[in-house]
Design a protein around this ligand. Sequence first.
Ligand code: ATP
Length: 690
Amino acid sequence: MSQEYNKSDKTDNQNNTPNPFDNKKNKGKKPKFNSLWIYAILAVVFILISVLGGSSGNKIDMKELLKMVSKGEVESIDVDIANGGRAEVFLTKDAKKLKDHKNEVKENPFPGGTAPYTYYLSSVGDYEYFNTQIENAQSNIDVEKRAFVNPVNKGNIWDSPLVTLVIYIVIFGLIWMFIMRRMGGGAGGAGGSQIFSIGKSKAQLFDKDTKVNVTFKDVAGLEGAKEEVMEIVDFLKNPKKYTNLGGKIPKGALLVGPPGTGKTLLAKAVAGEADVPFFSLSGSDFVEMFVGVGASRVRDLFKQAKEKAPCIIFIDEIDAIGRARGKNAMQGGNDERENTLNQLLTEMDGFGTDTGVIMLAATNRADILDSALLRAGRFDRQIYADMPDLNERREIFDVHLKPIKIVKDLDIDFLARQTPGFSGADIANMCNEAALIAARHDKKVVEKQDFLDAVDRIVGGLEKKNKIITPEEKYAIAVHEAGHATVSWMCEFAHPLVKVTIVPRGRSLGAAWYLPNERQITRTEEMLDEMCATLGGRAAEKVVFDKISTGALNDLEKVTKQAMAMVSIYGLNEAIGNISYYNMDNSFSKPFSEKQAALIDGEIKKLTDEQYARAISILSENKDKLLKLADQLLDKEVIFKEDVEKIFGMSASDVAAKKYKEEVPEVVIEAKSEVTEVLEEEDTKEKESE
Ligand code: ATP
């Protein structure tokens, strides 16, 4: 079975049923029995009964009938009173042989069936009167030769129980076929037969015949991850190299990282580079509405993989099945998912390190995966795909700018610096968006400004220039945004300002844009300065209008989260001390006492109040400059760092940087950079020698 099944995989990777349009394959094979045949046969029988066994005979009128009756040629007359008084005339045996009627007589096509009538009368009119007329007509002939008039109720052919039964069978059959098709996964294939393939794995197979165009060159950055993955490919190609020294080949590697960092891309590159079969599927492909299907699909997948070994199995979004199994029986569990996971765990245990099957899986939620899945011997390795740093972003830009027509002197370094916090997917999207923006403006090449517009669009959403905003509201927005800009300008550790705008975008009415410092750890004063700058908007409304509005919702949400994190996660609050409740929170029981909860709440409030008061004091001191900035903003809608500098002078962070340069002798700074250079050189040498 599996031999044939694998072949069909090659030609039709989307579903594992043989392609009905593949004539070559079907040649010489007898057509398979199909439930459709039964329905076709039933339909033909039904038509035959209704056509042949149904009506027959020629129409006559009353006068002709009475003539036949008077001659004793009629055996019986069936009068269907319910059907408008239609009469069917049955002739005697002798009369059928007569020259007059010979040509009109028909026989029943079904042997043993009753003989059909020879003539019919569309209506007998009044039944009593008709009876009297027949009686009168045959009053002169022998009693044995007289015709019987039988009142009958034949009704419509569709009323017959047989027909009703056939209709029921046909309808039921159609519904059954429809359900079978749905269960079998839909398109193509022979209707009901798909039910038999429901437990088969849905993995897509890439091997020599199926070309994957992605290579490691398409994956920018992620050097460490790439190396590890390449090693896995090498394990499969030269297993002896590793096993000769007594080492065991790892069974699986888990690619972990935030969304859009290139995990799937990396796996695709493995498929493109490795000369071994590559099974690719998603965690959700195991899930079906029927119990036991997931486990059966896991079994089938591993069976196929073992036949094709050495090979790689890649499961994307493994969290769909790999989520930690329920510990609490009270909460109930998703049995089907757990069964699937159990089967996966068993199969991974089942294949030895020498089987030549390696599993790759990707997820961005490694924290919710079942610990049994992550233990050594299953996914022995975790490969981390992190958000790209400056250099990696530059490389990703290089990859995605290749197909785009850009201006000659485009500064890719600048683009990389403008996009901190962007994932690979964001950068790919940005390059595409920039090309679309340039095309919209009928440009021949994509310019720097198009890329900046693309960043704005991706971060802030679509520009909504024609949103209806009253002049008062517009001024309030200008004051709010100017408040953010002013406070961040005056705080040494706040993120550097890029521009301030009051053009509505997405759901926001205006925004102060910052270029976040790329840092790995954040200090208390940096968090406090950021909170202060975030509260600058509301504080400005208070200082200028002495009224506050709902416009600060996002700011308040952000500040509250930050304050909560400082107090209860990062241990940055003196009163709470070095305690972290990270990941301990669940809605049923808090990991702290009521008293501690009150203390935490109090400290959060204290923190935000302090920063709000600080923002108010900064803005009150600089109220004239704040108003000037708001006016300029109202006038130009977008103002840049340079305009702000003209009003306020050098920013606090620039002042601090300048002071640092002055205080720390140049020699020390140079010496420091020399040391870094030497270290970097050594690093590259090491890498090269490896
Ligand atoms: P998710 O966890 O959401 O599935 P992912 O990490 O699997 O995300 P991918 O699907 O691999 O992300 O990436 C999406 C797209 O982003 C890729 O098709 C590619 O265009 C781009 N991309 C991401 N990372 C990189 C990278 N390192 N180099 C080049 N392109 C990248």
